[in-house]
Write a protein that binds this ligand. Structure first.
Ligand code: ADP
Ligand code: MG
Length: 698
């Protein structure tokens, strides 16, 4: 290992973390049983320290130590931290793997990864031969992938007599959770032992606000209130850093802009109570941020400067920032929910649960007593906030369907979600009426994309025009590429640039705009300057370039197989492009109803509007049929990323939406399947999550 990076003596010594006292006992506990549940306050050192202890204790002799995280940022930053503590280069002994980004090597012994990555691995090889220990972390978050992993690991490894053969030594499974729902977990895992790391918490006083009540449920006024309270705290509270909870990237960026602007007019001679405070350092924190910026979050601010981190829920449990004394809680979170009005999974802004609010408040009491300012009132707390957060497996659609019937879960998903998922797979021709995976389904499984997008891509490939769809699929898999500045003047300028980009693509088609942006930037001599000029996120485009290459590689590999489908088409390029899109987006067709209102054709008949950011927004007249990528639900339902189509192009596809009753498929769902079919079903799982609505990034 390289000794070049020494830990700074001023830095927090990991030996001071609560977990350190229990090192020997913890290592022994892992040795003693197949399954072990570990619980401890957030910040006690579970995620960063336990893998290190196991590594030191020689657990890597027979295989790697794998640690899963529901969120990609957590996997990346924690791996960075641990590599730093272990004084090795990231990607060597300590590495990470998240979707579209593998930073591991032959020599990797401690591997942090998203739960989705481990799921893919276990589906590819059920015995996980390369691992000696698997640690499922942040289990209290109850992410869908972690729940499925729990079910799979329980089934495969809980009975030593029936444990799968072919491993050098038995697999150890450790399950870590920040909250104390551990009895249920332990019971689920055959009454396995529970190791509780005693906490060390200082008192936190929480106060309710006045501004947000039950009636403000759907407005976004809370963001402005959050900014106001943050400034109040900065000027009227003693030194100590602030952590603000908001819901997502664009909102956070706007809040930071506003904070920045307002903080400029503070006169530190008169306006601040604590005269040692001389400035405010504002830092955003959300899932798809570049990692070098994320690193700044953890560094202590310069003397006299108060740090204010404006974060998504990621800072609630996955990441711990030292020095936080004040919490400002918006009361909202962005969550993936199955929306039965539209019949799909949508990222929605919803009130957090009471237990979540307590968790957020607790982040202020790690190193000294703290304060939590809730911007919502008591009535909001009582009427709008549920006691606990419902697990993702119970609130999202499941394409992981059959699995759920074959494996036990800590909480069972609702059958109607399972059936919905089966129906979708059938509509995309990924399975047949009997629930068997089709040839197309086998190809689709290979792509880590939403099945609809995959299908459009495969259609394009069979017609030899994958160059049109690969960039689009990549652009839809990364964060929003269009910058939305907080300042109204700048917003105007950005809007103009974005309109010009849409016009440049030649057709009023948001998918074509994405393609054109991708190509223009790629062929530019100075791509980063090009992005700046056009108000486009350069880092998002960089990710899109990398994702496109990866998708291209997958496709090339599949095309080399003998029976890759081939078709021909004669028509112009714009029609070809849109027809390919139709083959994947026929589930998202809408027809003009009255005025600017469109009606979806999926059987739900939802009324939708075109989002102002779409190039179709101002279009009148001709526009009768459209397909769209996703729906944004605010006071209205908006479709974004849309394009005009002709009815003839979807005419033959639409009946598929109504052809089969979900209840007809329920018999398929219950049918006993053979081991071989089971394997196929499992690999279906790999393609399951719609990339564009993944909460990994929030
Ligand atoms: P837990 O998993 O129990 O919530 P962690 O292992 O994540 O705890 O964090 C323990 C401590 O490690 C934190 O209090 C923080 O001081 C430090 N830490 C974690 N991640 C980082 C990082 N990326 N940079 C600097 N310090 C970090
Ligand atoms: Mg942790």
């Amino acid at each position: 290992m390289s000794k070049s990076t020494r830990l700074d003596p001023k830095e927090n010594d990991p030996k001071n973390l609560p977990i350190y006292q229990h090192k020997a006992k913890l290592v022994q506990a892992v040795k003693d049983s197949t399954f072990l549940v570990i619980t401890g306050e957030t910040g006690s050192g579970k995620t960063t320290q336990l893998p290190k202890y196991l590594h030191q204790a020689g657990f890597c002799k027979d295989g790697k130590i794998g640690i899963t995280q529901p969120r990609r940022v957590a996997a990346i930053t924690v791996a960075q931290r641990v590599a730093h503590e272990m004084q090795c280069t990231l990607g060597r002994e300590v590495g990470y793997q998240v979707r579209f980004d593998d930073c591991t090597s032959e020599s990797t012994e401690v591997k942090y990864m998203t739960d989705g990555c481990l799921l893919r691995e276990i589906l590819a090889d059920p015995i996980l031969p390369h691992y000696s220990v698997v640690i499922l972390d942040e289990v209290h978050e109850r992410s869908l992938n972690t729940d499925i992993l729990l079910g799979l690991l329980k089934k495969r490894f809980s009975n030593p007599a029936k444990a799968p053969k072919g491993r050098a030594s038995p697999l150890k499974v450790v399950v870590m959770s920040a909250t104390l729902e551990t009895d249920k977990l332990s019971a689920f895992l055959g009454d396995c032992p529970v190791f509780a790391i005693p906490g060390r918490m200082f008192p936190v006083t929480s106060t309710f606000g006045f501004a947000v009540g039950p009636k403000d449920f759907e407005s976004t006024g809370y963001m402005k209130e959050v900014v106001k309270v943050a400034l109040d705290v900065h000027t009227s509270e003693m030194a100590g850093d602030i952590l603000v909870f908001l819901t997502g990237q664009s909102e956070i960026e706007r809040a930071c802009d506003m904070l920045y602007e307002k903080a400029e007019s503070i006169d530190y001679r008169y306006d601040v109570l604590d005269q040692t405070v001389e400035g405010l350092l504002i830092l955003p924190l959300y899932g798809s941020m570049p990692t070098d910026q994320q690193r700044q979050i953890f560094q202590p601010p310069p003397p006299g400067i108060r740090k204010c981190v404006v974060a998504t829920n990621i800072a609630a449990t996955s990441l711990t920032i030292d020095g936080i004394k004040y919490i400002i809680d918006s009361g909202f979170v962005k969550q993936l929910n199955h929306n039965s009005r539209v019949g799909m999974d949508i990222l929605e802004v919803v009130p957090i649960s009471k237990s979540e609010a307590q968790q957020r408040a607790g982040r202020a009491g790690r190193t000294s007593a703290g304060k939590c300012f809730r911007i919502y009132n008591k009535e909001f707390w009582e009427k709008c906030m549920p006691e606990y957060t419902v697990p993702e497996i119970q609130r999202t659609s499941l394409t992981a369907v059959i699995l759920t019937l074959k494996f036990p879960y800590p909480d069972c998903p609702e059958e109607r979600f399972i059936l919905e998922a089966l129906k979708q797979l059938y509509q995309f021709d990924a399975i047949d009426r009997r629930g068997r995976v089709t040839r197309l389904g086998e190809l689709m499984v290979e792509f880590p994309l939403h099945p609809g997008l995959t299908r459009a891509l495969l259609k394009a490939a069979s017609l030899g025009c994958q160059d049109l769809l690969l960039p689009v699929a990549a652009m839809l898999s990364v964060e929003n590429i269009f910058i939305r500045p907080g300042h109204p003047e700048k917003q105007k300028e950005a809007d103009q640039q974005h309109k010009a980009l849409a016009a440049k693509s030649g057709s009023m088609n948001d998918f074509a705009t994405l393609l054109s942006v991708f190509q223009s930037c790629q062929s530019s001599d100075r791509p980063s300057a090009w992005c700046k000029d056009h108000w486009v996120h350069w880092r998002a485009l960089k990710s899109a370039f990398s994702v496109e290459t990866q998708l291209r590689d997958i496709l090339l590999r599949l095309q080399q197989k003998r029976d890759f489908p081939e078709e021909t088409f004669d028509g112009n390029k714009s029609e070809l492009f849109r027809r390919c899109l139709c083959s994947g987006y026929f589930t998202n067709v809408a027809r003009r109803s009255i005025g600017k209102v469109f009606c979806t054709m999926d059987g739900h008949g939802s009324m939708v509007h075109i989002h102002p950011a779409s190039s179709l927004f101002d279009q009148e007249g001709e526009l009768n049929w459209i397909i769209f990528h996703d729906v944004l639900v605010t006071s209205r339902m908006y479709v974004r990323t849309a394009c005009p189509i002709r009815y003839e192009w979807v005419k033959d596809l639409l009946p598929k939406l109504h052809e089969v009753d979900v209840y007809e498929l329920s018999s398929v769902a219950r049918e006993e399947v053979t081991e071989e079919e089971m394997k196929k079903w499992e690999s279906r799982e790999a393609a399951k999550r719609p990339a564009e609505v993944s909460t990994e990034d929030v």
